[in-house]
Design a protein around this ligand. Structure first.
Ligand code: ZN
Length: 139
């Protein structure tokens, strides 16, 4: 385990734009408030979603596409720098009309409505390739 203390610099709430891409909206918020490190939560609804599942044996993501309206029952993630760009690592639990849930690593989704709370931190977090997992993990 590696860890560090983080110094919060600000907290923000944002309403995501209908029709925009969910993760890009969060990255735009981070850019707007100049946060190179942040933690966020959110909720809302999307009109479609592409979630990724990481195959721990094959060491690759498999996409799962949902071309249907979904509630974003819960969204959680963080912002860090990946190759010098802000990347919002985003996970969601989404629900269908009957309450059934689908969940995973959110690659992209189209916002129907979304509300985000973001806490920004002073020092940047950076990701780099990790040999063992083949993922881009925090340094
Ligand atoms: Zn993930």
């Amino acid at each position: 385990m590696n860890y560090r203390a983080v110094e919060p610099t600000g907290e923000y709430v944002a309403r995501l734009e209908t029709g925009a891409e969910w993760r890009s909206e969060i990255e735009s918020l981070a850019a707007e408030v100049e946060a190179d490190a942040a933690w966020f939560t959110g909720l809302g609804a999307v009109s479609d979603a592409e979630l990724w599942f990481y195959d721990q044996d094959g060491l690759e993501y498999a996409p799962v596409e949902f071309d249907e309206p979904l509630e974003v029952a819960s969204c959680v993630g963080n912002v860090a720098l990946l190759d010098g760009e802000r990347f919002a690592h985003t996970h969601v639990v989404c629900s269908r009309p009957d309450g059934e849930a689908v969940a995973g690593h959110l690659n992209e989704a189209t916002v129907f409505a979304g509300e985000i709370h973001m806490r920004a931190f002073e020092d940047p977090l950076e990701r780099a390739h990790d040999e063992t997992t083949d993922l881009d993990l925090w340094l």
